[in-house]
Design a binder for this molecule. Structure first.
Ligand code: SAH
Length: 361
């Protein structure tokens, strides 16, 4: 039997010492052999978790309508990059492109680019999008050609590695994965200490054991997107769970088979995520001279884009079961106690206004 990822991680820790959380997460998600997205069909009813595009075709369709409007606000460039980061099964892009056929000139101008690192998911995306020619795959944002860019990313930022610091004796120590006496993975405080300048206000009154999270990789991704948009014009839309203000709290979670499990229990076999600090990302976009928009909830965003009208149109003249299904899908995406409030929409653009966001206060 070849070693499991858990055994390989444990052996590495035994030889080299505890792993910062970000490194543990990188092994779990991106290891070439056993990384979660490299080796498993993860998304959808038969996978570990479901995402908005897998819940309803209306999600991708409405983002398609947003993309057309944004392209018009950009002056309808004859050629532009239509980019998705981390497209999963390719469902959002498929629904988006179908909805965009209402504007043939948009459709002809779009160079569709998918940024994906998993070869397994690339294959799935190619199958889902087999009707479309000229779709290109890149494994990094830096490969995207210089051109006006409209970019979308759903549940992408939350899978990127991050670090945790824990307050102990007035210092913020890095939270690491080590081994307990039985050689099982367990949490230990590492030697790294966070510079207090990196902490949000109020850290002095946080209690012992308080947690602060930071994701340098996430910020670097957004910085690369922001540079592309600032230099070539365009807009970017990120939909994810997270908070509008930087704060404290442990948001690390693991999901397998639609159930929460211990984050150290099954490396490589479960989805690992954390909440996105949108305030940190907003600073990155502002530093590039871009206009950021007031964060909307997913519910507000989809309703402004016409979710109810779309559900009505699709259901019109259909049987009651179809109408009921569409109603349930719309509720799941937009109701505050379902996905509506938990998921936030963060956007920035080269132009001062971006539909359907209200101006940043
Ligand atoms: N957007 C999809 C899938 C979300 S899962 C949906 O809503 O259904 C996260 C996606 O990001 C997967 O496709 C995963 O393979 C991809 N991914 C993870 N890390 C990545 C990286 N560093 N670069 C590009 N894609 C990445």
């Amino acid at each position: 039997m070849p070693d499991t990822l858990k055994e390989r991680i444990a052996r590495h820790i035994k030889m080299s010492g505890p792993l910062p959380l970000a490194e543990y997460m990188h092994w779990c998600m991106a290891d070439r052999k056993d990384g979660y997205y490299q080796s498993r069909q993860t998304i959808g009813r038969d996978g570990d978790f479901t995402t908005a595009p897998e819940i309803s075709q209306m999600f991708g369709e409405l983002i398609g309508i947003w993309a057309i409007k944004t392209w018009e606000q950009l002056g309808s460039p004859e050629s532009f990059n239509l980019v998705e980061l981390g497209p999963g099964r390719g469902t959002l892009m498929k629904d988006l492109l179908r909805a965009c056929q209402v504007s043939q000139s948009f459709f002809n101008a779009a160079n569709v680019i998918l940024v994906e690192t998993s070869s397994l998911l690339k294959e799935t995306q190619a199958q889902t999008l087999s009707q479309h020619e000229n779709i290109r795959w890149h494994s990094s944002i830096s490969e995207i050609p210089e051109a006006p860019t409209i970019l979308v990313a759903n549940e992408f930022l939350d899978v990127l590695p991050f670090r945790q610091y824990i307050k102990a004796k007035d210092k913020w120590h890095e939270n690491c994965v080590g081994l307990d006496e039985a050689d099982e993975l367990s949490w230990v405080l590492g030697t790294g200490i966070l510079d207090e300048k990196s902490l949000p206000g109020g850290h002095t009154t946080e209690p012992h054991g308080s947690v602060f999270e930071v994701s340098v990789i996430r910020e670097a991704f957004v910085e690369n997107v922001a540079s592309l948009v600032a230099e070539n014009s365009g807009a970017a839309l990120f939909i994810d769970y997270g908070h509008a203000k930087s704060g404290f709290g442990d948001t690390f979670q693991a999901i397998r088979g639609h159930e929460y499990i211990d984050t150290l229990a099954e490396p490589g076999l479960c989805d690992l995520t954390s909440h996105v600090d949108f305030e940190a990302l907003k600073k990155v976009a502002l530093d590039k001279g871009l206009k950021t928009q007031t964060l909307m909830t997913q519910g507000e965003f989809l309703l402004s884009l016409g979710l109810l009208e779309r559900a009505g149109n699709l259901g019109s003249g259909k049987d009651p079961a179809t109408q009921e299904r569409l109603k349930n899908e719309a509720e799941r995406l937009a109701l505050p106690d379902q996905m509506g409030d938990l998921f936030k929409v963060f956007a920035f653009s080269s132009m001062p206004e971006l539909w359907p966001f209200s101006k940043e206060a």
